[in-house]
Write a protein that binds this ligand. Structure first.
Ligand SMILES: *Cc1c(COP(=O)(O)O)cnc(C)c1O
Length: 409
């Protein structure tokens, strides 16, 4: 009896603390997120714990970030050793981990050179600048500079900076913050004629996600992508693929473009690359790898030695076996969820999946239900979105799928 009383007291204490944290967050933090009532404290592989000690299977990985889960021993060792050795140095000097990472990324992806930054939006900013300068160098004559448009797709998402929301092809993002950046036009995804029409109006590049993530986990048609690529090649228009969400093994290949069977001129990466530390990268093919010269672009923190250490461990972990597991687990999830009456579709590739719901169902409400039962999925539009750590174990996945089935059933 006494013991039980103590537990109850502790529980009450914890739940009081939780309320206090949430109230303080509401009081002191900008109101930019529709947060869930969850105060997370620790994690192990794909299992998270909140401050009350309750466990959850993580089906979001901090939005595709914790690619190799929580508490990976090699990752922790490499990162902490680096912190002890040299936590930061300017990009005006060289350091070994940075060069190792660049070399490794280029060798895995067969790209020529990489520019490092801190986030997905920054990687796309770099790509936009690189494409415009590429075109400027080749085509701006007599001070005339018109060939600078970048065509993106409707329903896309490329980030939250002024340039990348201007590039994002969704009306909801184009409010309040006027004036937006000029030089973007939006083509209908999978509509070749519309895309070509937009490209013919002074385009220097096209930029697309091969699976529209925030837009609802919608893969593009392969035939469409390859036809646009062919047109771009013929007309010296750069093809930029935003793999901020799809990259680094998320789809069961290192790059999603491998599924589509082509190599874009520029690929951007971020989310999963650092395993939880902020790093972005723009990979450039031969055609544009020497466009930037000193002074054109820079980042104070870009690929700081500590985040680089994290990224090196992520690249060490993402081997053939892990990629195979990603595809296997994807098939398992799809087969289990497609059995449910309330599920109309499961789209996506690998461990980037979007669950289409029967009309009338609300994705956010289903996520709330899942959280109360011990699994944390994401939403994308009115779909349930899954982006679990790539290392999620069979046991963790089975538990998560059974919770999903219960909440969706
Ligand atoms: C998340 C995301 C971004 C933005 O990344 P940040 O790191 O939040 O700036 C850009 N493009 C795509 C496809 C994304 O999913």
């Amino acid at each position: 009896m006494a013991c039980k009383k103590t537990n109850n007291n502790q529980d009450n204490e914890k739940s009081k603390l939780k309320k206090e944290y949430i109230n303080n967050s509401k009081k002191y933090v900008a109101n930019t997120y529709a947060r869930f009532d969850l105060v997370l404290e620790s994690g192990k592989n794909a299992t998270l714990k909140d401050i009350e000690g309750k466990e959850y299977i993580d089906l979001g990985s901090g939005i595709g970030v914790n690619s190799i889960g929580y508490g990976n021993k090699n990752w922790i060792n490499t990162v902490t050793n680096q912190i002890k050795t040299l936590q930061h140095t300017s990009n005006l000097y060289y350091n070994k981990p940075y060069i190792d990472l660049a070399k490794k990324l280029c060798s895995i992806t067969k790209y020529d050179k990489v520019f490092f930054c801190n986030s997905g939006a920054e990687a796309n900013e770099a790509a936009i600048k690189c494409a415009r300068k590429y075109s400027f160098n080749k085509y701006a004559q007599n001070g005339e500079y018109k060939r600078n448009k970048i065509v993106t797709l409707k329903n896309s998402f490329h980030g939250r900076t002024m340039a990348t929301i201007s590039a994002t092809g969704q009306e909801v993002f184009h409010n309040f913050f006027f004036p937006f950046l000029e030089g973007f036009s939006f083509a209908e995804a999978n509509n070749y004629d519309d895309t070509i029409e937009k490209l013919q109006d002074n385009a220097c590049a096209v930029m697309m996600e091969l699976i529209q993530g925030e837009g609802g986990v919608i893969p593009l048609d392969k035939e469409y992508v390859l036809k646009v690529k062919e047109y771009c090649e013929k007309n010296d228009i750069l093809f930029i693929v935003d793999e901020v969400q799809t990259g680094v093994g998320r789809t069961g290949k290192f790059l999603c473009s491998e599924h589509f069977g082509f190599k874009p001129d520029i690929t951007t990466l971020a989310k999963g690359l650092g395993g939880g530390l902020p790093i972005g990268a723009m990979l450039m093919d031969k055609k544009c790898s020497d466009v930037f010269v000193p002074g054109d672009h820079a980042s104070t923190f870009g690929a700081n030695p500590v985040v680089v250490a994290g990224a090196l461990e992520v690249l060490n972990s993402i081997d053939k076996d892990l990629l195979k597991e990603v595809s296997k687990k994807s098939k398992y999830i799809k087969s289990q969820l497609m059995k449910l009456d309330n599920v109309v579709s499961v789209d996506g590739i690998g461990l980037m999946l979007g669950i289409g719901l029967k009309e009338g169902l609300n994705a956010r409400e289903i996520v709330e239900k899942c959280i109360s039962k011990g699994a944390i999925p994401l939403t994308a539009k009115n779909k349930i979105r899954l982006l679990p750590p790539l290392t999620i174990s069979d046991k963790e996945l089975e538990k998560a799928v059974s919770i999903l089935c219960e909440c969706l059933g």
